[in-house]
Design a binder for this molecule. Structure first.
Ligand SMILES: [Mn+2]
Length: 368
């Protein structure tokens, strides 16, 4: 799930890209017509920086469908391919954008932006773009303003992977096993392996259709959730040493210092999901992960999860310049780790429901 943090300085959009909100929502038929148009040959497929399985799975699924249509396909992500997701079919197609001195700008007929609520989060690839003929924006973030020429935003969908399945199915583009595996990983990632409340009956129907293409869903799930580098467990060990409790055990938090990041050689993807260990404690309503950032220095990244709709962590994070969803949000806060921890934990405490002390019922009046 993408957490919209307070944004870093937006990358300047290349002059040829139309990122103004589209006047009205596009239909699958309009987007399908672009893919079928033989005059549209060169496609660039982008998604958000610090990508997750939904971002990269969608980039690859879309790229593979375009390739099957005979298009020239370029797939860039600011962070390149994640090691953790190198098992995805076509993973070698994802590259970091070619940036640097003397590097030419690249022109494309169509830019496809996937799973990216705000266009600055497309990141450094925007700096490598020259002219773009047309921009398609496919997403499931309700906050997506609908930038680009053709925007299709389905806020009811738990994953952009599910939106893509609906699009390919509606427009009768074939979904072979390599595309299906990428869509399965995309949807599984954003639904917490089909467990989060955003998972709908239709999500299971889509998963069933994907499994019928012959993908090994058990092996994909094992690679996603049951296989980690040893470094990740050492990181968890480190984090558990910093575990602190707030508000009578209703808040749990841990923190990663820059020193530990360097000592353990932690990569951003190692952190993914570790907050769920403290979120899963039965007394906990809100879990927080504090992380000292290397760049930009002097900032603390905070990730927050709520176990109850009664506590809206997106509203809490907004007070610190961030945002996200009701049960999962984040922000970047200036200050030292100790200062930020103190301020954030105090703010969470204020947002918690008041505990009504359980008193034994008053003794019944004696009968006369
Ligand atoms: Mn997503």
């Amino acid at each position: 799930m993408t957490i919209v943090e307070s944004l870093p300085t937006p990358a300047p959009a290349a002059s040829g890209v139309n990122l103004a909100p589209a006047s009205s929502a596009a239909t699958f038929a309009e987007i399908g017509a672009v893919l079928r148009d033989p005059a549209r040959r060169r496609f660039l497929v982008l998604s958000h920086l610090r990508p997750d399985g939904d971002a990269l799975g969608c980039q690859l699924a879309f790229g593979l469908v375009l390739r099957a249509l005979g298009k020239e396909v370029t797939i860039w992500n600011e962070d390149g391919m994640l090691d953790k997701l190198r098992f995805l079919p076509g993973a070698e197609l994802v590259n970091a954008p070619p940036l640097g001195q003397g590097e030419m700008l690249h022109d494309f007929d169509v830019l496809v932006a996937l799973d990216t609520a705000a266009h600055p989060r497309l990141g450094t690839p925007l700096q490598a773009i020259g002219r773009i003929g047309l921009t398609i924006n496919l997403d499931h973030h309700i906050s997506n303003p609908g930038y680009g020429d053709l925007a299709y935003i389905d806020g009811s969908s738990p994953a952009t992977g599910q939106v893509l399945y609906d699009f390919f199915h509606d427009q009768k583009f074939p979904i072979p096993a390599d595309v299906a595996a990428n869509l399965f990983v995309a949807i599984s990632t954003d639904t917490g392996s089909f467990q989060y409340p955003n998972t709908t009956a239709h999500t299971y129907e889509v998963a069933a259709a994907l499994i019928r293409t012959g993908i090994d869903h058990a092996e994909l799930s094992r690679l996603l959730y049951g296989s980690y580098p040893r470094r990740r467990l050492l990181l968890l060990q480190e984090l558990l040493h910093t575990l602190q409790w707030g508000s009578d055990g209703r808040v749990a938090a841990f923190a990663l210092t820059l020193e530990a990041t360097v000592r353990l050689g932690v990569t951003p993807e190692d952190n993914e999901g570790l907050i769920d260990y403290i979120r899963a404690i039965d007394t906990v309503l809100v879990a927080v992960f504090f992380e000292e950032m290397a760049t930009p220095a002097g900032l603390i990244r905070l990730s927050m999860r709520s176990n109850t709709p009664a506590v809206d962590v997106s509203a809490i994070c907004q007070q610190f310049g961030g945002g996200g969803h009701r049960l999962a949000a984040g922000a970047r806060v200036r200050g030292t780790l100790a200062e930020v921890e103190k301020r954030v934990l105090a703010t969470i405490h204020e947002a918690l429901p008041v505990v009504v002390p359980t008193t034994s019922p008053a003794p019944a009046a004696p009968a006369h």
